[in-house]
Design a protein around this ligand. Structure first.
Ligand code: 5GP
Length: 189
């Protein structure tokens, strides 16, 4: 049980490896949890509703947005994604640090909210280069060529925002990046 839980925003371009690195961190630390987001995006075959995301119909998502259920929500690559405030609060009350794996626009909103109760630490995960990011997206193969090109353009703009974050971690090798993030977290304990 952590006495002073933090909200750890981990953001960075699509395909940079946020999900993989977070899995590495969760393997090492049972007192760190990820807040499951809500999305209107269609579920991918390998995803599980309630584990990867809460996959919601547009109407349900909109109703939640109107009733201020989200700490932040954004349209990312044409779909809506939102961080559920009650999920974050619940995990913090249980004494866990809470990771928000969110896009750059959402991270900006959380950082600007400057909420004392959230104890935000923001980390930008940077690809070693845009061409390496492009290869990783190709390998993942979850987008069409056009979508991938679009994601890369967005990535170039997002990387320009990295100095807004408390920390920048380059994802060259997932275990190294994960251990750098754990050292950052340890520094606050
Ligand atoms: P994907 O569809 O590939 O799972 O995620 C697309 C992007 O949406 C990723 O950059 C991911 O970090 C981001 N994302 C996931 N959940 C949230 C959320 O709750 N809020 C925001 N703003 N972005 C999110």
């Amino acid at each position: 049980m952590i006495l002073n839980p933090k909200t750890i925003v981990i953001s960075g371009p699509s395909g940079v490896g946020k999900g993989t690195i977070i899995k590495e961190i969760l393997k090492e630390r049972s007192d760190i949890k990820v807040a499951i987001s809500a999305t209107t995006r269609a579920k991918r075959d390998y995803e599980v509703d309630g584990e990867d995301y809460y996959f919601l119909a547009e109407d349900t998502f909109n109703a939640m947005a109107e009733s201020s259920s989200f700490l932040e929500w954004c349209v990312v690559h044409g779909n809506k994604y939102g961080t559920m405030e009650n999920e974050v609060k619940r995990l913090m009350n249980e004494g866990s640090h809470v990771i928000l794996e969110i896009d750059v626009q959402g991270a900006k909103k959380v950082m600007e909210a400057k909420s004392d109760s959230l104890n935000v630490i923001s980390i930008f995960l940077e690809p070693p280069s845009v061409s390496i990011l492009s290869s990783r997206l190709k390998l993942r193969n979850t987008e069409t060529d056009e979508e991938r090109e679009n994601r890369l353009k967005v990535a170039v703009a997002e990387i320009k925002e990295k100095d807004r974050y408390d920390y920048i971690v380059v994802n060259n090798e997932k275990k190294v990046a994960a251990s750098e993030i754990m050292s950052i977290i340890n520094g606050f304990e």
